[in-house]
Design a protein around this ligand. Structure first.
Ligand code: 3PG
Ligand code: MG
Length: 399
């Protein structure tokens, strides 16, 4: 099993060749203004793009944004992303108003060597996400016709069996881009023989989203620290009342089971910040995790929990973190996430941040990104990798 990478393609020579690059430019947009709220995913693909343009390729970038339903939907247009990409590359980025239609074809035809085009949102086409192999394949045929080689740099989407991720590489010479290569190298290290203690911090709102990764990680880790909205289902499983906090009732039994099997590896909050409402200015206090008032909801882990988590993290040699500890977008409930992030960067450990929300949290809180060894661009993708699942986008690159 081997995967060729960008250097192999560059060694063959790409000057004057049309190279398709699948990127994950699915950036968060500001709900009010529609502006790009965090451009981390655009920045992450620049090394691949500049390597290709520098070698004289005609670079055709495509991506999804959000979850439109298979037809054009202006709120999910990639046009603003094309503008931002142009700024970051300090070069013109030609934008095609469709993906495989007249605009795409003429835009690609107009590319000079070393130029970049971005096509409109892949998910404006039903074929992109179709479960039907033939429908996906027909769309992939059209996409593949636009280029002569394929580079996958969309790590955040490699867990999707979509036309641009899975079917196009079957139709063209294909390699992993710089970002995908780095992401896989780092995650392979975690999945292999991580230096110990190996401490994992999980947050985010739902246990159900994280169940598979918890199951897969428990035997592997030395400690599993749980915060975020999902901690309340665990606290309930411990027999505590959680007020009006987020609770997945149908998961309580599962959590009880996990706690029993965890051999004491799972650490839960001992105190939490509770509020009267889910609002930035809501009245709030810190209470013991076993004394959450019935009318209040937990929105962050408390300072004693942060200290306990920090002590565990200080021992670690390998750390993986996915999911915020609280509602970090509201300053009153950001201390848990900030405290844990700072403990991670202070530890003398190989540290990896997995995915969407936690990566955005690092940047939104103004933390030093370079203090982590790796910040993954893939939330679901990095979790599925650590679960040991086969990722369609990676499998498609293997020869
Ligand atoms: C993500 O943001 O998780 C990736 O871009 C994949 O998007 P999806 O979950 O809509 O497939
Ligand atoms: Mg997702």
């Amino acid at each position: 099993m081997s995967i060729r990478n960008l250097d192999d393609l560059l060694a063959e020579g790409v000057s004057g060749r049309r190279v398709l690059v699948r990127a994950d430019l699915n950036v968060p947009l500001d709900k009010q203004t529609g502006a790009i709220a965090d451009d981390g995913r655009i920045r992450a693909v620049l090394p691949t793009l500049t390597a290709l343009t520098g070698a004289g390729a005609k670079v055709v970038v495509f991506s999804h944004l959000g979850r439109p339903k298979g037809s054009p939907d202006p709120q999910f247009s990639l046009r603003p992303v094309a503008a931002r990409l142009g700024e970051l590359l300090d070069a013109q980025v030609r934008f095609a108003e469709d993906t495989v239609g007249d605009s795409a074809r003429s835009t690609v035809d107009a590319l000079a060597d070393g130029e970049v085009a971005l096509l409109e949102n892949l998910r404006f086409n039903k074929g992109e996400t179709s479960k039907d192999d033939a429908e996906r394949g027909a769309f992939a045929d059209q996409l593949a016709a636009l280029g002569e080689a394929y580079v996958d740099d969309a790590f955040g989407a490699v867990h999707r069996k979509h036309a641009s991720v899975f079917d196009v590489p079957a139709r063209l010479p294909h390699v992993a881009g710089r970002l995908v290569l780095r992401e896989v190298e780092v995650l392979a290290k975690l999945a292999g023989e991580p230096a110990r203690p190996y401490v994992v911090v999980l947050g985010g709102s739902k246990v159900s989203d994280k169940l598979a990764v918890i199951e897969a990680l428990l035997p592997k880790v030395d400690r599993l620290l749980i915060g975020g909205g999902m901690c309340f289902t665990f606290l309930k499983a411990q027999g505590h009342e959680v007020g009006t906090s987020l609770l997945e009732k149908e998961m309580v039994e599962t959590c009880r089971n996990l706690l029993e099997r965890s051999e004491g590896k799972i650490m839960l909050p001992v105190d939490v910040v509770v509020a009267d409402a889910f609002a930035p200015d809501a009245a709030h206090d810190t209470v013991r995790a076993d004394a959450i008032p019935s009318h209040r909801l937990g929105l962050d882990i408390g300072p004693e929990t942060v200290a306990g988590f920090a002590a565990a993290l200080a021992q670690a040699k390998t750390i993986f973190w996915n999911g915020p500890m609280g509602v970090f977008e509201m300053p009153a409930f950001a201390n848990g996430t900030r405290g844990v992030a700072e403990a991670i960067t202070s530890a003398d450990a190989f540290s990896v941040v997995g995915g969407g929300d936690s990566a955005a949290a690092v940047r939104a809180l103004g933390l030093d990104e370079s203090a982590f060894n790796h910040i993954s661009t893939g939330g679901g993708a990095s979790l599925e990798y650590l679960e040991g699942k086969t990722l369609p986008g990676i499998a498609a690159l293997e020869d």
